[in-house]
Design a protein around this ligand. Structure first.
Ligand code: GRF
Length: 193
């Protein structure tokens, strides 16, 4: 089996969808859940799904080996960020070239960058009076929300939408598209020479 690690800092609804999608997959599995927060909801998901979990230490992640050795010991071949709030250190990016993807809850390059996460994104979009938003799946490089875009999907915003209702629409788009896009990118990367 080809092992993916899912990194998440929060509730982990996207992590759950990824787990569900790959549960019966013939060649790809979610082999590890990684979090920077010891009380993140995603760790409970890992436990109830019997998936190994790793809680990152800040010093080692940013100033040590970036957990490269641990990930390689666990035979991880690809990393999927799903609401992971720490910046990925360059040691890790170098060890997983074009093998780390992120999902962002807006249409990049707009509404990205440091501090642009969760409700801050949706509040900014609503405040700007935009009539649409969406999701962006992209490769991770050493700048926040910056690497090459792989996939975008859009939703419309009407005048009654709030940051909360927009967040719901975005979550639906994420749940529907992230697992399938991850599968495509992983397969491409596995068979690339
Ligand atoms: C998602 O909206 C994702 O785009 C963002 O963080 C949120 C994570 O939600 N980066 P969940 O923990 O998967 O429910």
């Amino acid at each position: 089996m080809f092992n993916i690690a899912v990194f998440a800092s929060g509730a982990g609804s996207n992590a759950q969808k990824l787990i569900d999608y790959f549960r019966t997959h013939h060649s790809i599995k979610i082999g590890l859940i990684v979090s920077n927060k010891s009380n993140a909801g995603v760790l409970q998901i890992a436990q109830s799904e019997n998936i190994p979990a790793l809680v990152l230490g800040k010093e080692k992640f940013f100033h040590g080996n970036g957990y490269v050795d641990e990930l390689s010991d666990m035979d991880i071949g690809f990393i999927v960020l799903a609401g992971f709030l720490w910046k990925i250190p360059s040691t890790l990016i170098r060890s997983f070239p074009n093998k780390i993807v992120n999902i962002h809850p807006a249409l990049l390059p707009n509404y990205g960058g440091k501090g642009m996460y969760g409700s801050f994104v949706h509040e900014s979009v609503i405040k700007a009076g935009d009539t649409e938003s969406g999701i962006t799946i992209h490769f991770v490089d050493d700048q926040y929300d910056h690497g090459p875009i792989i996939f975008q999907a859009r939703c419309s915003i009407n005048k009654n939408d709030t940051a909360e209702t927009l967040a719901q629409k975005i979550h639906q788009l994420e749940h529907k598209n992230y697992p399938r896009v991850v599968e495509e990118v992983v397969n491409r990367s596995r068979y690339e020479v």
